[in-house]
Design a protein around this ligand. Structure first.
Ligand SMILES: *[C@@H]1O[C@H](CO)[C@@H](O)[C@H](O)[C@H]1NC(C)=O
Ligand SMILES: *[C@@H]1O[C@H](CO)[C@@H](O)[C@H](O)[C@H]1NC(C)=O
Length: 749
C-alpha cells in the first residue's frame, strides 16, 4: 500500500456514512465536487520522514528547519498556509501539522517523505467520573522492594493537581541527575518533578482523571484519608517513592495522537523510565497507531510502557493498545466492598455497593416499587422526568442500569420525585460488577441476578417492602479478583497471534487522588475519589513496573513484562479460578496471563526477553510492507526475514491449528533466579484435542543470565471432540524455587 492510499483509507473510515448518503442523493459530479472541496480543507496530519542518507542534524533547530522546508514546498499555490503543530525529535523523524490533502500530496514528492495520515483522537478509559471522595488504598504490595525510589514515571493524561497531599515530596530524594524535564506551572517538587502541557495552556487538571491515575501510580503516603469521615486509612500509590512527570495530552474533546506523540517525544528526551497511558482507540494496524509507534521508540530507549486495555467489554475483539511491546492491562475487582445491603420483606439479603453511606437511614421496611413494571422503558431506567406520574414518595425505588442514563443521575431523578432510596440493578452485560458511587440519596448497586430476584419478589408480593443496610467498608471479599464487565476482551484484532490483554489489575472502585471538591450534601472537603476503568488498572501496573525497574535496573521492558506475566495469579481469594462478571471462569482473552502478583514478579526465576530488533521479522510476518515496518521501528527495513507471530519470544502463545496440524515454536529463557537450577514442566493444563511436546524436557542452568532455548509443539489430536473454536491451557516450568507459567490460546479451524 502506498502512502497515498493509506491516507484515503483513513479518510474513508471517517466518511463512510456521509458518503453512502451522498451516493443516494447526488450525482457523480456532485460527489467529485465535494471530494475536491475536502482536499483543500486543512486538518491535522502526522507526517513521517526519513532523513536523507548521510544527513545528520546538529541541533533540534536544524531538524525543525528541515521539517519547515516540507511545509513551504507543500503550500505553493494554496491559499491557506500549513502550520506546524508538533516537531518530533525522539519518537520518530517527522511532525504534526495542519495541512490540506492537496498539500500532503505535494509533500509526497519530496525526498525523505515516508507517509502521512490524519491525526486520530483517543479517549480516556474510565467508565465513570463521579464527584469526590476519600478512603485509603493500601494493598501491602511493596514487599521488600524500595518503593520505586529513583524511578521516574511519566503519565500521559488530563493534567495534575499540584499541592495535593498525594504529590507532597516528604521523604523524596531530588530527581536523578539525568532528569531534563520541565515544570510549566507553579507547584513542582521532588515528587512531581515535571508537568507539561501539549493541549491547552497549563498542565493543571480540570478533569480529575490525571490526578487520579498519577496518585495510583506513585502517590505519596497520605495519612487520614477518609470517606464521609468514617473510613480512615493511609492512601498511597503503587510506587510511593517514585517521581512523577505529568504530560497533559487530553482535553474536553479527547486525546489527539499528535499531542500524545509530542508528549512521548518529550518524555524520552527528558529521561522518564516508565510511561503510563490510560487512553486509547479502537484497534488499528500498528503503523497507523500513534501510541504503538511512540511506545516502540520508548522501548528502544529501555522505557517501559503500560497501557489500558479499554472499557469496551465484555464483548470479544474489543481491545485497545494491542502491540506486543506494550503491557496491555485489563481491570479486575478488589477484595473491598463499600457495602450497602438490600433487605427485602421476605427476609432475603442481597449485597450491593454505594459510596454514600448515611448513618441515620431508618431500619424499618418501606414500600418497594419498580417503575418499569407500569411506566415503560424510560421509567424502568429512571430517566430524567420519567417518574412524574408514578408514586414513589417515601418508597424504595428499583431502577435498571443502562439506558444511556448515568448512575448518579438516576438517583437524582428518584430523589427529585420524592423517593426515599434507590436500588440500582445492573444490566445483564454488567453481571455482578457493582460500583460504589457517590450517590445523592441512600442507594445500593446490586448485581444483575439480584435485580431479577428483587423483581420476582415485587411481582409475587401484594405489598412489597424493603430497606437498605449500610455496612461501610468490608474487606476480604473472596470473589476478588474478578474481571470487571467493562474490561475489554481479546482476541487481538491487530495481531491475532499474540494473546491480549497481558494482565489484569485493580480497576473497579479505585480510590485515589482527586482535585479538591466539595460534597454539597455534607460539605466535606474530599481530596480523593473512587472511580472505575482500565484507566485505573493501567497506572497500578505502571507503578509496579517502577518497583521492578528500581530493583532490577538491568531488566529490559520485555523482561519486566515477562516477570509480571509468568508469575501472575490464576485464582481468586476463594481459591477458585478467577471469574468474570457472569461468575463463570474467566477465559484467557479476559485475563491474559492472570492477576498481577508484584512480589512474585520481583523474583520470576526465568524471563522471556525480547530486543527491539526482534520485532522486525514479527512485524514483517504480520504482512506489513517494509515501509510500514520502517514507520514503527524508525529505520529503513527490508522484510527479508519473516516469523509467525507466535514465534516472537513472548511469555504466552496464541496458536491456530487446522485439522491434523502440528505447529512448533521456540522460546529462549534467561535465568535470573538461582545459578544452578533445573526446570521441568510440572503443571500442564491441556484442552481436549490438543497434545503438547517440549524439547528438551529439562532446562539445566548452571549460571545466572544463562540463556536456553526450547521448542514447544502444539498438536491437534482426536479430531472431532472440539466444541468451540477457541480453547486454552498453560504450561509451567518449575525448579525447586520458581514457577514460570506460560498460558496459550488455541484457535481450532
Ligand atoms: C454544589 O454547590 C455549588 C456551589 O453552591 C453549585 O454551583 C453546584 O452546582 C452544586 N453541585 C451539585 C451537584 O449540586
Ligand atoms: C540438574 O540436573 C542434572 C542432570 O540430571 C544434575 O546433574 C544436577 O545435579 C541437577 N541440578 C540441580 C540443581 O538439581
Amino acid at each position: 500500500m502506498n502512502s497515498n492510499s493509506s491516507i484515503s483509507m483513513e479518510r474513508k473510515r471517517y466518511n463512510v456514512l456521509p458518503v453512502v448518503c451522498f451516493m443516494l442523493l447526488l450525482t457523480f459530479t456532485d460527489i467529485l465536487t465535494i471530494t475536491s472541496a475536502n482536499l483543500d480543507q486543512p486538518e491535522t496530519y502526522i507526517v513521517h520522514l526519513n532523513a536523507p542518507d548521510g544527513v545528520k542534524f546538529d541541533t533540534p533547530e536544524d531538524r525543525q528547519s528541515w521539517y519547515h522546508s516540507f511545509l513551504s514546498a507543500s503550500s505553493a499555490g494554496s491559499n491557506v498556509e500549513p502550520t506546524l503543530i508538533h516537531a518530533y525529535h525522539n519518537v520518530f523523524t517527522g511532525f504534526a501539522a495542519k495541512l490540506s490533502a492537496n498539500q500532503v500530496k505535494a509533500m509526497e514528492k519530496m525526498d525523505g517523505f515516508v507517509t502521512a495520515r490524519p491525526e486520530r483522537v483517543y479517549k480516556l478509559h474510565t467508565t465513570h467520573t463521579p464527584r469526590f471522595l476519600g478512603l485509603h488504598r493500601n494493598l501491602g504490595f511493596w514487599g521488600g522492594s524500595n518503593y520505586g525510589k529513583g524511578i521516574i514515571i511519566g503519565v500521559l493524561d488530563t493534567g495534575i493537581t499540584p499541592g495535593h497531599p498525594s504529590f507532597d515530596d516528604k521523604g523524596m530524594p531530588p530527581p536523578p541527575a539525568k532528569w531534563k524535564g520541565k515544570c510549566e506551572f507553579v507547584g513542582c517538587n521532588n515528587k512531581l518533578i515535571g508537568a507539561r502541557d501539549f493541549i491547552s495552556s497549563s498542565p493543571l487538571d480540570e478533569e480529575g482523571h490525571g490526578t487520579h491515575t498519577s496518585g495510583t501510580a506513585a502517590g505519596n503516603f497520605v495519612n487520614g484519608a477518609n470517606v464521609f469521615g468514617n473510613a480512615k486509612g493511609t492512601a498511597a500509590g503503587m510506587a510511593p517513592l517514585a517521581h512523577l512527570a505529568m504530560y497533559k495530552v487530553c482535553g474536553i474533546f479527547g486525546c489527539p495522537d499528535g499531542a500524545i506523540l509530542a508528549a512521548m517525544d518529550a518524555a524520552i528526551e527528558e529521561g522518564v523510565d516508565v510511561l503510563s497511558l490510560s487512553l486509547g482507540g479502537a484497534s488499528i494496524p500498528f503503523y497507523e497507531d500513534g501510541i504503538a509507534v511512540g511506545a516502540f521508540s520508548a522501548i528502544q530507549r529501555g522505557i517501559f510502557v503500560s497501557c489500558s486495555a479499554g472499557n469496551s467489554g465484555p464483548f470479544s475483539f474489543s481491545l485497545s493498545n494491542e502491540a506486543p511491546w506494550i503491557l496491555t492491562v485489563g481491570a479486575s475487582t478488589l477484595d473491598r466492598d463499600i457495602r450497602s445491603t438490600v433487605y427485602l420483606g421476605n427476609q432475603a439479603l442481597l449485597d450491593g455497593q454505594s459510596l454514600f453511606q448515611p448513618k441515620d437511614f431508618p431500619q424499618n421496611f418501606l414500600p418497594l416499587v419498580y417503575p418499569g413494571s407500569k411506566g415503560g422503558q424510560l421509567a424502568a431506567v429512571c430517566a430524567a422526568g420519567s417518574l412524574k406520574n408514578i408514586d414513589v414518595k417515601g418508597k424504595v425505588v428499583l431502577c435498571d442500569g443502562g439506558g444511556g442514563v448515568a448512575r448518579i443521575a438516576k438517583g437524582q431523578t428518584v430523589k427529585d420525585a420524592g423517593g426515599a432510596a434507590m436500588i440500582l440493578a445492573n444490566e445483564m452485560i454488567d453481571g455482578d460488577t457493582t460500583r460504589a458511587d457517590a450517590h445523592v440519596l441512600p442507594a445500593s448497586n446490586v448485581a444483575y441476578d439480584a435485580g431479577v430476584t428483587i423483581k420476582t419478589y415485587i411481582f409475587l408480593s401484594s405489598s412489597p417492602v424493603a430497606t437498605l443496610i449500610f455496612r461501610g467498608t468490608v474487606m476480604g471479599v473472596d470473589s476478588a479478583p474478578a474481571v470487571a464487565s467493562f474490561s475489554s476482551r481479546g482476541p487481538s484484532v491487530a495481531s491475532a497471534g499474540i494473546v491480549k490483554p497481558d494482565i489484569i489489575g485493580p480497576g473497579v472502585n479505585i480510590l485515589a487522588a482527586w482535585p479538591v471538591s466539595v460534597d454539597n450534601s455534607t460539605q466535606t472537603k474530599a481530596t480523593f475519589n473512587m472511580i472505575s476503568g482500565t484507566s485505573m488498572s493501567c497506572p497500578h501496573l505502571a507503578g509496579i513496573s517502577a518497583l521492578l525497574k528500581s530493583e532490577h535496573p538491568d531488566w529490559s521492558p520485555a523482561a519486566i513484562k515477562s516477570a509480571i506475566m509468568t508469575t501472575a495469579g490464576r485464582v481468586s481469594l476463594s481459591g477458585k479460578p478467577i471469574e468474570d462478571e457472569r461468575e463463570l471462569r474467566a477465559n484467557i482473552f479476559a485475563i491474559g496471563s492472570g492477576h498481577v502478583n508484584p512480589s512474585k514478579a520481583n523474583d520470576p526465576g526465568l524471563i522471556f526477553d525480547i530486543q527491539p530488533n526482534d520485532y522486525i521479522p514479527y512485524l514483517c510476518g504480520l504482512g506489513y510492507t517494509s515501509k510500514q515496518v520502517g514507520v514503527i521501528v524508525q529505520k529503513r527495513v527490508t522484510c527479508s526475514e519473516v516469523i509467525p507471530e507466535a514465534q516472537l519470544n513472548y511469555p504466552s502463545f496464541a496458536v491456530t491449528l487446522g485439522v491434523g496440524d502440528t505447529k512448533s515454536f521456540t522460546r529462549t529463557v534467561t535465568n535470573v533466579g538461582v545459578a544452578n537450577s533445573n526446570y521441568t514442566l510440572t503443571d500442564v493444563d491441556l484442552p481436549v484435542d490438543l497434545a503438547l511436546i517440549t524439547e528438551p524436557a529439562m532446562l539445566i542452568f548452571n549460571k545466572l543470565n544463562q540463556k536456553l532455548t526450547y521448542q514447544v509443539s502444539f498438536m491437534r489430536v482426536n479430531i472431532g471432540k472440539v466444541k468451540a473454536p477457541y480453547a486454552e491451557g498453560y504450561m509451567t516450568w518449575s525448579s525447586h524455587k520458581h514457577s514460570v507459567r506460560t498460558p496459550f490460546s488455541i484457535k481450532f479451524v
